[in-house]
Design a protein around this ligand. Structure first.
Ligand SMILES: C[S@@+](CC[C@H](N)C(=O)[O-])C[C@H]1O[C@@H](n2cnc3c(N)ncnc32)[C@H](O)[C@@H]1O
Length: 267
C-alpha cells in the first residue's frame, strides 16, 4: 500500500477531514507544538483536518482560530473553543481580523501554524517561490501575534530560497528545525520549518553592549536589565558598569559575558 492510500484510508476511518491531519500529529510529536489549554492560530485551515487535531490536543480551555480564504465548515462539538476567519493571509487587514478572533485580541498566542499552499502549476521553481511567499506572510503574522516563547510551524516546498528563509526564522526564535513528516506524500518536496521559542528580547547572541549590574540572582550571577529584559552576567557584582557580549538568549532572559581586555580584566 502506498503512503497516500494508507493515510487517506486512515483519515476516512478516523473521521478526519483531510489526510494532512496526520502531518500535524507528526509535527506535534516531533516538535511539541500543541500544549493543553494553549491558543493556536491555523493559517490555511480548510477543510479543517488540522483544526480537528489541534482542538483535540489543546482541549477544553484551549482556543484554535482557523484562517482560510475558503469557507470552513464549523467542526461539530469541538474539544476546544474554535473561531473561524475567512480571509486572505496576504491582505493587510487579515492580521487585525485574526487578532480580534483570538480571545477578543488580548489572549496570548502560543502557536502559529501554516499549511498554506499555492495553486500548483507543476513547475517546481515557481511553486517553490509561491510557497515561500505564503510562508513569509505566515512568519510576519507569527512574529506579530506570538507571545514570548511561542512556536511557529510553516509549510513550504524545498528550493533555492529555503536556506535564506530559514535564517530569517532563526533571527526571531531560539532555534529552527526542518521537519519532513512521514505523512507527506513520497514524491512531495514539502517540508515544515519549525521556529521554537519566539524571542521578543531586544538583544541577540553576539551583540556587545554597556550594562549596569543592578541586582544579583539566586545563583550569584550579576543581573543587568536591557529595556526591561533580564541578562545574567556571571562573575559581575552589583553596582558594576561594564561592557558585555551576549552569549545566549532565551524567551525570558539571556546570558552575557564581560568583555575582558588581554590582561584578563573587564574593559
Ligand atoms: C493544503 S490546504 C490545508 C489543509 C488543512 N491543513 C487541513 O488539514 O485541512 C491549503 C489551504 O491553504 C489555503 N490558502 C492558500 N493561500 C491562502 C491565502 N493567501 N490566504 C488564506 N488561505 C490560503 C487554501 O485555500 C487551502 O485551503
Amino acid at each position: 500500500m502506498t503512503g497516500k492510500d494508507e493515510y487517506y484510508n486512515k483519515a476516512k476511518q478516523q473521521g478526519y477531514r483531510a489526510r494532512s491531519a496526520y502531518k500535524l500529529q507528526q509535527l506535534d510529536a516531533t516538535a511539541s507544538l500543541l500544549g493543553g489549554g494553549s491558543t493556536v492560530v491555523d493559517l490555511g485551515a480548510a477543510p479543517g483536518g488540522w483544526l480537528q487535531v489541534a482542538a483535540e490536543a489543546v482541549g477544553p480551555g484551549g482556543q484554535v482560530v482557523g484562517v482560510d480564504r475558503q469557507r470552513i465548515d464549523p467542526l461539530v462539538e469541538p474539544d476546544a473553543d474554535l473561531a473561524y476567519v475567512r480571509a486572505d493571509v496576504t491582505e493587510v487587514e487579515t492580521a487585525d481580523e485574526v487578532r480580534a478572533a483570538v480571545g477578543g485580541g488580548d489572549r496570548p498566542v502560543d502557536t502559529v501554524l501554516s499549511d498554506m499552499a499555492p495553486n500548483m502549476t507543476g513547475e517546481n521553481s515557481l511553486d517553490h517561490a509561491r510557497s515561500v511567499h505564503l510562508a513569509r506572510q505566515a512568519l510576519e503574522l507569527g512574529t506579530e501575534l506570538l507571545s514570548a516563547g511561542g512556536d511557529l510551524a510553516v509549510k513550504l516546498f524545498d528550493g533555492r530560497d529555503l536556506a535564506a528563509f530559514e535564517t530569517d526564522i532563526e533571527a526571531e526564535f531560539e532555534y529552527v528545525r526542518q521537519v519532513r513528516p512521514d505523512a507527506s506524500r513520497d514524491a512531495s518536496s514539502e517540508l515544515y520549518l519549525v521556529g521554537k521559542n519566539r524571542l521578543t528580547a531586544p538583544v541577540r547572541p553576539g551583540d556587545e553592549l554597556a550594562v549596569e549590574i543592578v541586582d544579583v540572582g539566586e545563583e550569584g550571577d550579576g543581573i543587568a536589565r536591557v529595556e526591561g529584559f533580564t541578562m545574567f552576567v556571571p562573575g559581575a557584582t552589583e553596582g558594576e558598569q561594564l561592557d558585555v557580549s551576549v552569549e545566549a538568549v532565551k524567551p525570558r532572559f539571556g546570558f552575557a559575558e564581560p568583555i575582558r581586555s588581554t590582561d584578563g580584566e573587564p574593559e
